[in-house]
Design a protein around this ligand. Structure first.
Ligand SMILES: NC(=O)c1ccc[n+]([C@@H]2O[C@H](COP(=O)([O-])OP(=O)(O)OC[C@H]3O[C@@H](n4cnc5c(N)ncnc54)[C@H](OP(=O)(O)O)[C@@H]3O)[C@@H](O)[C@H]2O)c1
Length: 289
């Protein structure tokens, strides 16, 4: 892999940009449409939304209004838990396409590893064959769920999108996915702007060496590991800054130093107990998608 290429090739032959722009928590349609328009203007070619974000209509409007050809913008959306079943998936995808005002998406993900994701995967495969989604994949699948899934399914996910940042590096998960030809995408690559990450001494030192910012170091570190970060900023200057990571490289020593920052656990709410998953699902089922 040339770490300065702007695209990676997925296991289905499609190409994915090496960095994307995400719109989680942008619930105001005007704000979201404006932000996506600015992001495309800044140079992002991957826009990451989801049925559960409630902003697919605004994303579609921004993509259409951008003046950039549809086939040059890689649009991801995600199927919510309430639609994660064989019959639900088609309804969910048709609703997403209608909201986006598009006749296909570039990447369609099963947003969470809950409900009937086996049935949903069969439906996604059919919709991929019909051209409604160019690539299909998973989101938030841990290696044990992924292993089970890969064992019993012929069609491989093109990606798995998981939380990944300097404090939660998931090297094992990444290696496992790469061994199976699956690209890892990183959500919350800046730990959602966590002050401890943006003030970290080691990252600040490396940033100084390269005359870059800490976010640029973290995003570069991810892409250099073969991971595709999906980053959010509402600020056009930061949008551009976060993209300017393909004109320098971190040394092996710097990569190894950053590896020491791994705390090995989520920066957000863990979902490693029955109670935590139960509470998450109870809340998730109330989302209106
Ligand atoms: N699949 C999933 O389950 C899942 C879950 C969570 C997120 N995601 C995806 O991942 C995307 C990104 O995650 P995220 O929004 O949680 O967090 P993030 O991208 O890690 O961090 C965003 C925060 O960092 C700040 N920021 C961005 N660039 C900066 C810079 N150069 N300097 C200083 N601060 C900077 C932003 O503030 P400003 O806006 O003020 O710049 C914002 O507060 C989401 O939008 C979504 O598409 C997916």
């Amino acid at each position: 892999m040339d770490t300065n290429d702007l695209y990676l090739t997925l296991n289905d032959g499609n190409r994915i940009p090496r960095i994307g722009y995400g719109v989680f928590r942008m619930t105001d349609p005007a704000v979201c449409e404006h932000a996506v328009a600015e992001a495309i203007k800044a140079g992002y070619r991957l826009i990451d939304t989801a049925a559960a974000y409630g902003n697919e209509r605004a994303v579609g409007a921004a993509v259409r209004g951008s003046g950039v050809a549809r086939n040059e913008i890689f649009v991801t959306t995600k199927l919510w838990i309430t639609d994660t079943s064989y019959n639900g998936a088609r309804k969910g995808v048709e609703r997403s396409l209608e909201q986006l005002g598009m006749d296909y998406v570039d990447l369609l993900l099963i947003h969470q590893p809950y409900n009937d994701y086996y049935g949903a995967w069969r439906a996604l495969g059919e919709m991929q064959d019909e051209g409604l989604a160019r690539s299909i994949g998973m989101d938030n699948f841990t290696p044990d769920r992924m292993a089970d899934f890969l064992f019993f399914n012929d069609r491989k996910p093109a990606v798995n999108m998981v939380e990944c940042n300097a404090f939660y590096q998931r090297e094992y998960d990444k290696r496992y996915l790469h061994e199976h030809g699956i690209v890892m995408q990183a959500w919350s690559p800046l730990a959602a702007g966590h002050a401890e990450l943006l003030d970290n001494d080691l990252l600040s030192h490396i940033a100084g060496v390269h005359d870059k910012s800490i976010p640029q170091i973290v995003l570069r570190w991810l892409t250099q590991r073969g991971v595709v970060p999906v980053v959010k900023s509402a600020n056009p200057e930061r949008m551009r800054q976060n993209l300017a990571i393909f004109d320098f490289a971190l040394s092996d020593e710097e990569m190894a130093a950053i590896a020491t920052l791994d705390a090995g656990r989520t920066c957000f709410s863990p979902r490693d107990t029955g109670e935590a998953v139960h509470d998450f699902l109870e809340q998730a089922m109330t989302y209106s998608v």
